[in-house]
Unconditional design. Structure first.
Ligand SMILES: Nc1ncnc2c1ncn2[C@@H]1O[C@H](COP(=O)(O)OP(=O)(O)OP(=O)(O)O)[C@@H](O)[C@H]1O
Ligand SMILES: Nc1nc2c(c(=O)[nH]1)N=C(CO)CN2
Length: 154
């Protein structure tokens, strides 16, 4: 199965956190392969408290034999390994945030793991890097490509 993963960091050594996150993912998920990595973008915080540090954001696509739920468990464990506290305020600064964007054409409305990610099609900090690697992708539930979603943002 192919999985899109969004990475974001706005605390500590942001580039190091993102690199370490990818390394841990490759080390921990059996048989995983890195299909593509987008450029890293520095982005203004969206929906965060005033004065919040800018983010680094990127997107990778991996191929792995595990289920979406198994991959999501790995992502949460890696966030914690990178020092992210389990309980924290919404949109507070984070050493590393790992969101599962899509898992092939799987659609799920489970609040623990919603697929595709319910807010990704509205977020420039996700669509811009994703358009680097998968401009022609049409997400399940969308009628237009990632490149068109990005072009249609205000
Ligand atoms: N596709 C998904 N990827 C990651 N988390 C998800 C997904 N769908 C649902 N969730 C759930 O969203 C909850 C909040 O995740 P998280 O703490 O990363 O939020 P956030 O990064 O502050 O905000 P956002 O989810 O808008 O990026 C988690 O409990 C997680 O189980
Ligand atoms: N620029 C930017 N803003 C955000 C981000 C992010 O990754 N980048 N993540 C958020 C919560 O997931 C909230 N706001």
């Amino acid at each position: 199965m192919k999985f899109g993963i969004a990475l974001g960091s706005n605390l500590g050594d942001r580039a190091e956190n993102m690199q370490r996150g990818v390394e841990l993912l490759m080390a921990r998920v059996p048989g995983i392969r890195l299909n593509a990595s987008a450029r890293v973008y520095e982005t203004e915080p969206v929906d965060c408290a005033p004065g919040t540090q800018a983010f680094l954001n990127t997107v990778i696509e991996v191929a792995a034999e595990c289920t979406p739920e198994e991959l999501h468990e790995h992502l949460k464990a890696i966030e914690q390994a990178l020092g992210r506290p389990e309980q924290r305020e919404r949109n507070s600064p984070r050493t590393l945030d790992l969101d599962l964007l899509y898992a092939d054409d799987v659609v799920s409305d489970d609040p623990v793991l919603t697929l595709p990610h319910p807010r990704m099609h509205l977020r420039r900090f996700v669509l811009e890097p994703l358009a680097d690697i998968r401009p022609e992708l049409v997400l399940p539930g969308q009628k237009v490509t990632v490149a068109e979603l990005l072009a249609n943002l205000e």
